[in-house]
Design a binder for this molecule. Structure first.
Ligand code: BDR
Ligand code: CA
Length: 308
């Protein structure tokens, strides 16, 4: 078997983060080095605890590195109204047995990228930890083989404000730092997520077919699914799962568009918006490969594999 691809995931679990992490746990082709955790969907205490709990439920021994508790510059509101006050649907689960690491997430990113040059870095939350790591070590991008970011709304149809998607809107300054530092990165945006909705009844069937992981996931996602059905109708959206599919199986992607992307960090109406230069008018480097679509069958395959 060829060498497994070293993989590091930065995350703010988070109901959809959890499914994406289960996908990564299930990949035979990747060697997961650890989870760096940020605040985002809910506060850092909860996102770290959720990451540890998910590892425990999945029977995976991984270091979990706590990162930044707040955005780089401006305070931001969380998404507890979607994910529950604890970020995992307020099920009251027993606390995880294992503690988090003492090393900061940003330092862990730097150290692990030195130990595993060429690693695959997947960011499923606000980009605060990665931005901090870049300020500490500007040479970091040269040691990342591929960066996949879940974030943005590439034609301005946001989910946290009119024009901003949550991960970028939570910490626009961090996203700006990251987007300017990497010569190339892959962007899986909210509007792509909307094109890859999952029928609620099908998802419920998958949960019913699965084992203990599926049962845990069904429980922590119940409130989010109810909220989503109420607000968005028949289809549920697993944003971080779509990004994870593009990361784990790039062959499942049916198209990319390479364009310059900038982040609005000021603005009265559009703070946190991802401004895509669709017409290549700016002359700025086209650093982002924006995901256009994936093969739904491969997406469903991975989502089910994750629950098995
Ligand atoms: C992103 O925001 C978060 O609420 C989700 O976990 C996902 O990473 C979707 O906009
Ligand atoms: Ca997330």
């Amino acid at each position: 078997m060829p060498d497994r691809i070293p993989l590091l995931i930065d995350t703010d679990p988070g109901v959809d983060d959890a499914w994406a992490l289960l996908m990564a746990f299930a990949s035979p082709a990747h060697r997961l080095l650890g989870l760096t955790v940020t605040a985002g969907n809910v506060g850092l205490d909860h996102t770290v605890r959720n990451a540890l709990k998910l590892c425990e439920v999945a029977g995976v021994e991984l270091p979990v590195f706590p990162g930044c508790p707040v955005p780089l510059v401006h305070p931001a509101g969380d998404a507890a109204y979607v994910h529950g006050r604890d970020g995992f649907g307020d099920t009251g689960y027993l606390p995880p047995a294992r503690p988090a690491e003492a090393e900061h997430a940003a330092l862990a990113m730097i150290r692990l990228s030195r130990a595993h040059p060429g690693l695959l870095l997947v960011c499923l939350g606000p980009l605060t930890n990665l931005a901090l790591a870049l300020r500490l070590d500007p040479g970091l991008p040269a040691r990342i083989g591929r960066l996949v970011v879940m974030g943005g709304a590439v034609t301005g149809q946001g989910n946290t404000s009119v024009s901003a998607e949550f991960n970028i809107g939570f910490d626009p300054e961090a996203a700006h730092v990251v987007f300017e530092a990497f010569e190339s990165f892959d962007l899986v945006d909210w509007e792509a997520v909307l094109r890859h909705g999952l029928p609620h009844d099908e998802v419920e069937r998958w949960f019913a077919e699965g084992g203990p992981k599926a049962a845990f996931y069904a429980a922590i996602s119940r409130r989010t699914r109810e909220w989503s059905e109420d607000r968005r109708g028949q289809l549920w959206h697993c944003a971080d799962g779509l990004a994870m599919l593009a990361a784990l199986e790039p062959e499942a992607v049916t198209g990319w568009a390479r364009r310059p992307v900038a982040v609005e960090t000021g603005g009265r109406l559009a703070r946190g918006a991802t401004i895509v230069d669709w017409g290549n008018r700016s002359g700025r480097p086209a650093r982002a490969r924006i995901l256009e679509g994936v093969d739904p069958a491969r997406f469903h395959h991975w989502l089910r594999l994750a629950l098995a």
